[in-house]
Design a protein around this ligand. Structure first.
Ligand SMILES: Nc1ncnc2c1ncn2[C@@H]1O[C@H](COP(=O)(O)OP(=O)(O)O)[C@@H](O)[C@H]1O
Ligand SMILES: [Mg+2]
Length: 206
């Protein structure tokens, strides 16, 4: 049976057996031709990025309806593996402290794998991370893109740091420290340095 499990600003998420389908919905305020183009592009982009991440053995959902080019075979609909686990936004705070840290370190490792290969997530928060069988999965690459820029990678770190501060405020500093503990790769130091610049700019905005 097809069951609606989430509805975001952009997409409806249905679950059928073990398959999640992310259907990008029509936006009536956009010109129909432009709307079609945007929905098609975002579906295609998400499928491509997931396919690239899967090739690196990153923990992300498998793409189920792609063609040979790694594009979704249905223009507005992405079918992916259901990650049947615990979304960190909901569960992280209830774990014992040791497990919280372990999970954040693993998220740091996963993020490092993506960034080493120039995959930027674009919306890295605890709402887009799921723990299953002691593995941390990253989902929702709808805002993802490919970039080698230190700046773009630093923004991902800024997003997860902000999410921890907002939703896991009791010990967010320790949790972010663990994330960075796992975030080890060639450019990591430079990216963490850049994070300070990104944060300063953020403060001006508010
Ligand atoms: N592959 C998946 N496995 C398990 N749950 C998923 C999966 N994809 C999406 N979800 C659930 O649906 C919600 C919304 O999907 P997401 O891809 O994050 O879209 P958006 O945040 O853009 O609406 C997620 O927060 C998660 O609860
Ligand atoms: Mg999401």
């Amino acid at each position: 049976m097809n069951k609606l499990i989430a509805q975001g600003a952009e997409a409806k998420i249905f679950l059928n057996e073990n398959i999640v389908s992310k259907q990008r919905i029509e936006k009536s305020y956009r010109h129909p031709a432009l709307d079609n183009q945007i929905r098609r592009q975002r579906t295609k982009r998400e499928a491509r990025i997931l396919t690239k991440a899967l090739a690196l053995k990153a923990n992300v959902p498998k793409v189920l309806n792609t063609n040979k080019k790694g594009e979704s075979s249905d223009k507005f609909n992405l079918e992916i593996e259901f990650i049947d686990g615990e979304k960190l936004a909901e569960f992280l705070n209830d774990y014992p402290e040791g497990k919280q840290k372990e999970v954040m370190k693993k998220l740091g490792e996963e993020t490092a794998t993506l960034h080493e290969n120039n995959i930027i997530h674009g919306d890295l928060t605890t709402s887009n991370t799921i723990l299953r069988n002691s593995k941390v999965y990253i989902i929702d690459f709808g805002l993802g893109f490919i970039s080698a820029k230190i700046e773009d990678k630093a923004v991902d770190l800024h997003l997860i740091k902000q999410a921890l501060e907002a939703k896991h405020w009791k010990n967010w500093e320790d949790l972010f420290k663990e994330f960075l503990e796992g975030y080890k790769h060639k450019e990591a130091k430079e990216i963490i340095e850049r994070l300070k610049v990104v944060e300063k700019r953020g403060r001006y905005k508010h």
